[in-house]
Design a protein around this ligand. Structure first.
Ligand SMILES: [Zn+2]
Length: 238
C-alpha cells in the first residue's frame, strides 16, 4: 500500500537524477530503474531525506548504467501515479496535475496546470480520463500535420495515407505494408516539431520504403534539421 509519492532531484557529478520516492510500509530502501528509465525509490514511512540521498548516491553508478541500458529502447512511457502535484507532458510542455472532486469528469489546461475534475478520485479513473484526453488531442493534432506533409509529397504521385493511433512500446511511428501510418499516442506529449518529424519520416517511406540514401535526402529536404529534432524527441520524453 503506497502512502505518498514525492518527486526529488539529486546531483551526481554533472547530472541530475530525478527520482520518485514512494513512501510505504516497509523496512528497507530499495531502488529500481524501470524500463522507461524512471528511478523509483521505495522507502519506509519514517525514512529521512538524507538517508534516501545517501542510498541513491551509493547506487548512482549502477542507476546510470541501468538508464543508459534502457535508453536504447524508445519510446518508453514514463511511470505516472496520477496524483496531484505530479507533472505531465503535453506538446513538449510540463503541466502540474491538480485533481478536484466534482460531479462531472473534465480535464483542462490552465496556467501551467492540468486540472482534472473527477467524480471518483482514484488513480485508475484519473488515468482513464487522461488517456482519453491525450488520444483526442492526438487525433486533433496529427491529422492537420498529415495534410500539411502530404501537400509537399503529392508531387511524387502518392495517395494520401490513412493513419491510426496505436500504442507501440518501442516506436513512435511506423508504416504498415498496406500504407497505413501508425502513430504512438505518446507522441502528443512531445513538442510539435517532433511530432511533425515522426510523421514526415513515416510519410517519406511512402516513396522510399527503406532507409536508403534517397530516403534521407528526401527527409532532409523536408526537414533540414531533422537530426536535432530526433535527438530532442529521444531526450524529451525520457
Ligand atoms: Zn523509418
Amino acid at each position: 500500500m503506497i502512502n505518498s509519492i514525492e518527486r526529488q532531484i539529486i546531483k551526481y557529478g554533472n547530472r541530475n537524477l530525478e527520482y520518485n520516492v514512494v513512501f510505504m510500509k516497509r523496512k528497507t530502501i530499495a531502488i529500481t530503474v524501470k524500463t522507461d528509465k524512471t528511478i523509483e525509490v521505495k522507502v519506509p514511512l519514517e525514512a529521512e531525506e538524507y538517508q534516501i540521498q545517501k542510498k541513491i548516491l551509493k547506487k548512482a553508478r549502477w542507476i546510470i548504467k541501468q538508464i543508459n541500458y534502457f535508453t536504447q529502447f524508445n519510446p518508453g512511457e514514463t511511470k505516472r501515479y496520477y496524483l496531484s502535484g505530479e507533472t505531465h507532458l503535453y506538446l513538449g510542455k510540463q503541466y502540474r496535475l491538480k485533481i478536484k472532486q466534482s460531479e462531472k469528469n473534465s480535464i483542462k489546461l490552465q496556467k501551467g496546470y492540468f486540472i482534472i475534475n473527477t467524480k471518483e478520485n482514484t488513480n485508475e479513473k484519473v488515468k482513464k480520463i487522461f488517456t482519453q484526453w491525450y488520444r483526442e488531442k492526438a487525433y486533433q493534432h496529427f491529422k492537420p500535420l498529415i495534410e500539411k506533409i502530404y501537400s509537399k509529397l503529392k508531387k511524387y504521385n502518392i495517395e494520401k495515407p490513412q493513419y491510426k493511433i496505436r500504442k507501440m512500446p518501442k516506436r513512435w511511428g511506423s508504416l504498415t505494408k498496406t500504407y497505413i501510418i501508425l502513430l504512438n499516442p505518446e507522441l502528443i506529449k512531445a513538442p510539435k516539431e517532433c511530432i511533425e518529424y515522426v510523421i514526415t519520416h513515416e510519410m517519406c517511406h511512402l516513396i522510399h520504403p527503406n532507409h536508403s540514401k534517397e530516403f534521407y535526402k528526401l527527409l532532409t529536404t523536408l526537414i533540414p534539421q531533422w537530426q536535432k529534432i530526433k535527438h530532442k524527441l529521444e531526450m524529451k520524453l525520457s
